[in-house]
Design a protein around this ligand. Structure first.
Ligand code: SAH
Length: 224
């Protein structure tokens, strides 16, 4: 596979670089071994432009084109950890496919991933990279993910990787009983908080996880 050749060929993108990234995440407080092993497996450099590949295993977000960014590994780890805390969800909805990195991490950990992106070129590129890794348990959808993806609802877990001004009601509706929604919330230019929301019967319990910095969730902007 081309990916494997690239990994062996360039020191900065080797398994060793990924192992060091995971050691750092452990130091920063990530404890879930399932999450750490998924992050050790997914070659993050394949999700960024070749020119940025040597920076792929630093703990930073990076541009992926179209004004969007691939999330920082620590943030990916925290969000994934929060999602798995109550047990492995059967079906996960991801809003904001972006590079597909978080998608690939999820696809290593749960049986079925449904991912929605509003920018066609990003969705297509993500699909190719994730499939190239042999991960075939993902469905891709080009749409405004603020509406969720009603066709396959309910989901045991929903992960949003762009910041919403407020939690979109369709995402709460499409969350299964006992399910978890992890979402960054904060208006444009305002501080954002990562929220972990659990559906308990007719109630929704909400916990703040940490301050974060995400690109905005575009609502009613159509697809492009
Ligand atoms: N998880 C991604 C993060 C990408 S950044 C990664 O690891 O690469 C957030 C993504 O959300 C961008 O690709 C952006 O286009 C997308 N996005 C923003 N608003 C959206 C919406 N309403 N519906 C679907 N995707 C959206």
């Amino acid at each position: 596979m081309l990916g494997e050749r690239v990994i062996r060929g360039i020191g900065m993108t080797s398994q060793g670089a990924r192992d060091r990234m995971v050691d750092r995440l452990r130091e920063l407080g990530i404890r879930d071994e399932r999450v750490l092993s998924a992050l050790r497996w997914v070659p993050r450099h394949l999700f960024v432009d070749e020119a940025l590949a040597s920076r792929a295993y630093a703990n930073t977000s990076l541009p992926i084109g179209q004004g969007q960014t691939i999330s920082q590994p620590l943030t990916v780890a925290r969000m994934t950890e929060a999602l798995l805390a109550g047990g492995v969800p059967e079906r996960v909805l991801e809003v904001g496919t972006g590079s597909g990195y978080q998608t690939a991490v999820l696809a290593r950990l749960v049986p079925k991933v449904y991912t929605v992106e509003r920018i066609r070129t990003l969705s297509m590129r993500a699909r190719n990279v994730v499939r190239g890794l042999g991960l075939h348990n993902v469905r891709y959808h080009l749409s405004d993910g603020s509406w969720g993806w009603a066709q396959y609802a309910p989901y045991e877990a929903i992960l949003v990787t762009a910041a919403a001004e407020r939690v979109p009601p369709p995402l709460l509706e499409q969350l299964a009983e006992g399910g978890t929604l992890v979402i960054p919330v904060g208006g444009h230019g305002q501080p954002q908080q990562l929220l972990c929301i659990r559906r308990e019967g007719v109630r929704f319990g909400c916990r703040r996880l940490q301050p974060v910095h995400f690109v905005p969730l575009v609502h009613d902007g159509g697809v492009s």
